[in-house]
Ligand binder design. Structure first.
Ligand SMILES: [Zn+2]
Length: 874
């Protein structure tokens, strides 16, 4: 035992070739047992090897050498991150050996590894291995570069349903008839993080078969799996699935790689969903869709399904060798999901959804503490925190920007080449970049440009000025890093990027793209002088811009005629100039009327968040009523025209408009009449006036969450009690999120205390906790009391989360804070808490930076920021 345990990558001298995994699982028990046999290639003489295991009790361990001789071995946990040493009785020469380990362990209670969830009287066992939790379920070489076949066998009580990555091939009953043993087909080569099993009293529903096509010769079986009783709610998502598979098969020219596809809705889950090969596991709320579901549930369910299915190629068929490239998995899947949604569901406005996703990523990417897309992995912390908006949405936006520049055909060819070259094996981001560079014919230019986005943080910020002389036009562009007011960076980042510009000449529109690869450049514009331009045509560029003042004034006149995505980009340029301190709050407010009349919800609502910030942090008792009256004048007539009830002519767009207007007017502007109407509907759903029972189907599902929240805020205790009662019997996960968010939104001090305590009890599932507390701290009334409560309740709350999710607690503690004393108070508290949490230091740095920016901007705007504006809008 001379060497120190490898807490990063395992050494290269032992490599797994195949696993046989036998698990005996009774969901009603507290523990399970297992036997794992791993064929291991020793590449040199060794007296010990390293592997991963965590919270596992080993009963017996043996090594069988290439000649069939059995050797004793010794197993010892060597590092709390889950590194174990297997030492042999002497040295074994380089050869293939078989390692067999019998073990037992408790089911995990925090949604990692092999974990257990109870719903009512039913118990379910589900797995979540990514990123590094397979080690809780079975001893393994728990790294993505090791792809091997798995032969899984499950022994379960005879009445339970058991599923795994592949089809069952054999089933046998135990001698006493109490158990059954199911053997599943050998998998394609998989990394440990994609292995999955589930056992419980599941409903299993057959979906439409995924028909054969020119890419895949055999039809593929599709099933939906959900908690007992929920099977009928899977019909819609199953119907959507075969076209998604066909879309990716056509795009990639690679058949769906596995022998069946199951979509499983887990009753509690730490993330949204997980792309296990052939057995995708979702939060069941994403799959359970019926007439009582909100429009956004349909949209989100479809999007997440398209994302996880994309992973079957991007991540599962080709896997990144190490976690520093995990961005590629997620960026790929997010980018591909956007393409599939735009193509298959035009009603869902996938182009605008992904644009809002990109702008969300820009919010975190404008912090000085933002991480890079391709972040070096220095510790297990870095592995667990690699799954954020930078990885998913920024990564996807960058892939899309380069797709637009290089052309869809070249890009598709590059993707096909990459998948073909690395199918059933590993591919890195450098492999992909090389493939894109080759297919595009732009070689090193593309490589350097992509690297400038992957290997440095931040958003490029362009300054543009259009010059016109003798009929010839020149666009002067310079670049720096976008930073909010008061933030100074010494790193002078610079990017190589395609800049596509929309030009307008007397209503005629054209687009021209330039490659900006210097700090400042002048570009000749085709077609000569222009009346106006927008420096981000089609909104596909991952950058922000500030235009010369006269140029911006010319653009402003055309805003109403721009396509929706470009209107959203225009709104972002106004809002980001305000955050930089170059535009006044009045300039933001004055930009609202140009957007308010759009039929597209993402456009009409584009400045809602900025309005809410101004209202909360800059308005005074004197100016707030004027702000509210202004917003009412712009938006109340639009809501009145739509009404609060669904209409036969509603499209997903009108429904989304109604939902956003209600959210804004009732809970930001706080329109009293609207709040009372929602309260009335909430009381109907809760049965408060009829003395009857709760029945959430009595009201419009799209406004159900808003009505429940208004009822708690306006009716107080009776509504609060009715919801607590309903939560003991309601197992509709999506409705539970709404009920918990309503509880958290109370403005009553006593009920607030009760809501906070409630979230630490088992009445709230782990995956539901965030619904309660995020809603709670979104209300400025609650933040002070929440902070006090947190001083004594940190451990019971944080302790409920999976290790990698605990830093959520730091995030909510910092939410909405905007003063120097609050900053200092949190800084002290974070200093104690953050170092012990996975990703805690990053969350702490980002929270503090956000608060710092908030009060810097507030001070810059000044105490009288809105007085002049209010004078002219009274
Ligand atoms: Zn994903």
């Amino acid at each position: 035992m001379a060497d120190a345990p490898p807490t990063g990558k395992l050494p290269d001298d032992a490599e797994p070739l195949a696993y046989a995994l036998n698990l005996k699982i009774d969901p009603r028990a507290d523990r399970f047992s297992g036997r794992v046999q791993i064929r291991v290639k020793l590449t040199k003489p060794l007296d010990h090897i390293w592997l991963h295991a965590s919270e596992i009790d080993v009963d017996k361990i043996e090594v069988t050498d290439a000649l069939g001789k059995v050797h004793q071995a010794h197993f010892e946990m060597r590092d709390k991150s889950g590194v174990a040493e297997v030492s042999f009785n002497g040295t074994l020469s380089a050869q293939n050996v078989e390692l067999a380990i019998d073990y037992n362990a408790a089911f995990n209670t925090k949604l990692q590894g092999l974990y257990k969830v109870k719903v009512g009287g039913d118990s379910y066992v589900v797995t979540q291995m990514e990123a590094i939790s397979a080690r809780y379920a079975f001893p393994s070489f728990d790294e993505p570069r090791f792809k091997t076949p798995f032969e899984v066998t499950l022994t379960v009580p005879k009445e339970e349903v058991a599923v795994a990555n592949t089809r069952p091939i054999k089933e046998a009953a135990s001698g006493d008839g109490q158990w059954k043993t199911i053997s599943f087909a050998k998998t394609k080569p998989l990394p440990t993080y994609l292995v999955a099993v589930a056992v419980g009293p599941w409903d299993v529903v057959d979906g439409p078969t995924i028909a054969a096509n020119s890419v895949r010769k055999q039809p593929t079986a599709l099933r939906g799996i959900a908690p007992r009783g929920a099977g009928p709610q899977l019909k819609w998502i199953l119907q959507q699935t075969p076209p998604i598979i066909a879309y990716y098969e056509n795009y990639t020219q690679q058949p769906y790689p596995f022998d069946k596809l199951d979509l499983l809705g887990a009753p509690d889950f730490s993330a949204g969903a997980m792309e296990n090969a052939g057995l995708i596991v979702f939060r069941d709320a994403l799959l359970r869709i019926d007439a009582n579901s909100t429009a956004s549930t349909y949209r989100t369910g479809f999007n997440v399904n398209a994302h996880e299915i994309a992973h079957q190629w991007f991540g599962d068929l080709v896997t990144v060798p190490w976690w520093n490239d995990i961005w590629l998995n997620e960026a790929f899947a997010t980018w591909a999901q956007g393409k599939a949604t735009v193509d298959l569901k035009p009603d869902f406005q996938g182009d605008l959804s992904r644009l809002e996703g990109t702008l969300g990523a820009m919010r975190s990417d404008s912090l000085l503490s933002a991480r890079k897309i391709r972040q070096p992995i220095l510790s297990n912390d870095d592995i667990q925190t690699a799954f954020d908006g930078i990885t998913y949405q920024k990564g996807a936006a960058v892939l899309r920007m380069f797709e637009e520049w290089l052309g869809e055909t070249n890009y598709r060819q590059a993707m096909r080449n990459y998948l073909r070259a690395h199918a059933l094996g590993s591919g890195s981001s450098d492999d992909l970049i090389a493939s894109i560079a080759a297919a595009s014919g732009k070689g090193e230019t593309v490589e350097a440009a992509m690297r400038s986005f992957l290997d440095q943080p931040g958003i490029p910020f362009l300054h543009t000025k259009l010059g016109c002389k003798d009929g010839k036009a020149t666009l002067a562009v310079s670049q720096s890093r976008y930073l909010p007011f008061g933030v100074v960076s010494s790193d002078h980042l610079q990017w190589k990027l395609p800049v596509c510009v929309r030009f307008d000449r007397g209503g005629k529109r054209s687009k021209q793209c330039f490659l900006l690869d210097q700090r400042a450049q002048d570009f000749a514009v085709d077609g000569g002088c222009a009346d106006a331009y927008l420096p981000n045509a089609d909104a596909v560029g991952y950058y922000r811009f500030a235009m010369d003042e006269t140029d911006f004034a010319a653009l402003r006149k055309l805003v109403a005629t721009l396509p929706p995505a470009e209107q959203v980009i225009y709104a972002d340029s106004v809002s980001s100039a305000f955050v930089q301190g170059t535009f006044s709050a009045g300039a933001v407010l004055d930009a609202m009327p140009g957007l308010a009349n759009s039929d597209v919800p993402q456009v009409a609502a584009a400045l809602f968040d900025q309005f809410a910030w101004i209202r909360e942090y800059l308005a005074t008792d004197a100016t707030r009523p004027i702000l509210d009256a202004y917003a009412m004048k712009l938006y109340a007539p639009r809501l009145a025209a739509l009404g609060l009830q669904p209409l036969p002519a509603d499209t997903p767009m009108t429904t989304e408009m109604r939902v956003r207007l209600v959210g804004f007017l009732a809970f930001v502007v706080r329109d009293e009449a609207l709040r009372q109407e929602l309260n009335r509907q909430g009381r109907i759903a809760l049965g408060l006036d009829s003395g009857g029972t709760v029945d959430l189907t009595r009201i419009n599902p799209d406004l159900r969450g808003a009505a429940l929240k208004a009822a708690v805020q306006e009716s107080g205790e009776p509504a609060f009690r009715a919801i607590i009662g309903e939560l003991t019997v309601n197992h509709q996960t999506r409705q539970r999120y709404e009920l918990l968010a309503a509880l958290g939104a109370t403005h009553d001090a006593k009920l607030g205390e009760e809501a906070r305590n409630y979230g630490t009890t088992p009445a709230v599932a782990v995956g539901e906790i965030a619904s309660l507390y995020s809603s709670h701290v979104a209300e400025s009334e609650n933040r002070g009391a929440f902070w006090q409560w947190m001083q004594t309740h940190y451990d019971p709350l944080a302790g409920r989360f999976p290790d990698q999710n605990q830093s959520y607690v730091l995030r909510v503690a910092g939410a909405g804070r905007c003063t120097k004393p609050q900053y200092e108070e949190l800084q002290t508290w974070f200093a104690q808490r953050a170092p012990t949490l996975i990703g805690g230091q990053r969350v702490a740095a980002q929270s503090l930076e956000t608060i710092d920016q908030c009060f810097a901007l507030r001070a810059h705007a000044g105490a009288n920021a809105l007085e002049g504006w209010a004078q002219s809008h009274r």
